[in-house]
Design a protein around this ligand. Sequence first.
Ligand code: ADP
Ligand code: MG
Length: 720
Amino acid sequence: GVRAVQRLGEPQEHQQHSNRLIQEGEQLIVALRTQVGELEEKLLDQNQEVERLRSELGATDLEKHLELLVVENERLKQELKACKTSLLQEAPPPACTTTDCPHSQVWVRQLEESKRHAGEMQRQLEESKCQAFAAELCSLRILRYQSRSPAPHLSLSSPTLSISLSLSSLSVQYVTEIVEVESTESQQAVAEAQAKSVALQEQLSLQRQLLRELETQLHDSQRTSTQLRAQILVYEGEMERAQGQLEAEMQNLEEEKNRVIEEAFIRAESEMKAVHENLAGVRMNLLTLQPALRTLTCDYNCLKRQVQDFPFMLEKAITEAKQEICQVIGEVSSANQELLRKYKREMNLRKKCHNELVRIKGNIRVFCRVRPVCRGEHDSAENMVSFDPDDDALLYLSNKVKLMTFELDKVFHPQATQEEVFQEVQSLVTSCIDGFNVCIFAYGQTGSGKTYTMEGVAKDPGINQRALRLLFSEVTEKAPDWDFKITVSMVEIYNETLRNLLGDIQGEKLDIKMNPDGSGQLYVPGLTEFTVQSPEDINRVFELGHMNRATACTNLNEHSSRSHALLIITVAGVNSSTGHRTQGKLNLVDLAGSERIAKSGAEGSRLREAQCINKSLSALGDVINALRSRHSHVPFRNSRLTYLLSDSLSGDSKTLMMVQVSPLVSNMSESVCSLKFAQRVRTIELVPNIRFRPNSFSNNEYEESKEMAKSHPRPIPTQQ
Ligand code: ADP
Ligand code: MG
């Protein structure tokens, strides 16, 4: 389609070109008309000139002739007019734009006509010139005859003019005459007429030239028109071809369209069929769905009502639940109060029961630990110490002569581990969390294993470390309800002198004083109390104590065997909910060696040491005796040791005596002594009716203690 439009555009250009040619032709016609107009004006001038000449000459027969000429002139004018009108009529309408241009033929015709007119006019012009000339001659002759004034010599050398005027309607008189004119005026008139004639001839040649130009232009336009026509024909042919192609394409498209429509129709028909079938199925479904929809709608409405009611119900339920919860909380809190009250009561009861149990069992207990034979110790009598497999409270000592049986609260055989020993004492240890005061003593001769049991070795610590660790962990477990504080002090008593082992000043001597607050409590001014806040602190305490003790003496082993080492642990707690306060004290004492020195016969400082040890151990025995026998007076003041421990030995306090025994035959007699001491301590209360040495408890404590010191090593007869 686009290509066809482009081709149609080319003939349009040709049409424009031909239009332009037509316009040019029209312009030519207008130019010709103006020329014709100009010629008319000249003719008019000529007539006027003739008139003038006639008036000058006066009218005779010449005048008549002139009149005839005028008439002729007039006729020519008429003819010219008729010619103009015909030209106007035949002129092409300016709006004409036809392409096959029949007007160009008309122009040619018009042009030829106008040429003809121009030729005619020229001829008439020449005729009129001849007439004018003849008239002039006549007038000149007339003038020569009439005028009396001497006329200037005039010799007219012009040839004899023969003017032949052949007009169809008029008959003109031809006069051939040779005239000699000598009049100046006539000469002048002739000259003027000649000049005019020359001018007219020039105009005529110009007109002719113009005509020729017009002719050439016409030829050009005709040629162009022919070319254009040929081009138009070519374009028309192309257009026809394009149209033919277009039509063929249209035909193809039409066929394609029909085919597609047909296919679509067939498809649509089959689809329609399927849709109809579906529709039928859907209709069936719809019929079955309708009742379901009805029930659903019903259910939906029900649910909607319920949902609408739900917030109110929920609010109501929440309010009720809140009330219930508040009520339950109230009940629970009152129940809690009741439980707390009961718990407190039970706790008190438990303590009472415990006290009762301790009282029944005796709050002083005696254990025995037999150390193993160490490597390098060659002992002949391996079976000096023997144990009862059925009763762990019995120990047998035998020499070649006799067998001695000792009954204690518990006997540990040499293979007993530190852990096993500690398990037996740990209830005692933890009771100080409940506010009890506890004393654990290691008693025995030097080398029997006292220090091993209390301090232990680095890899296998003894009661001291284990007790402190246990207390710390127990206290930590109770942390949310209880706020506990554990403080540790370390002292030694050497030659009845108390020394601070954790202080900054090494071996600083301390005094035991009565508390000035009137509570009857003792206190030690300047005693260092180390607060334990972490397991690392426990290690630090023992390291520091050991270091202080080692640097204070030259030989630690010797020194330690002659002094009492005390680890004092205080556990103070506050119950965060009840505000209940407890304070317990655990005293772990590694006593000086209990061996008798009489044998060695020591003197000086050795003797003094032995006397001091004897005194304090005797005092301890006496105090325990007095306590178990429930004496009104207990001789605490007889030694520094008993005095310092007085608050931990009296009242609800608990005491454990760990009697250490060496298995060596060479230590036989000392072992017997130690066991006898243990037996004596233990059996005091078990025979309540027997007042054991009642006179030993006099008011004079010092004297008593001396007595005790003397009597201490004395073996107590066994029960059996
Ligand atoms: P003491 O303090 O009574 O003078 P020690 O505790 O120093 O006696 O013990 C003396 C030696 O016997 C030490 O070498 C110690 O390691 C060892 N010993 C004591 N008891 C035991 C035991 N139960 N198991 C192994 N070795 C022991
Ligand atoms: Mg020791």
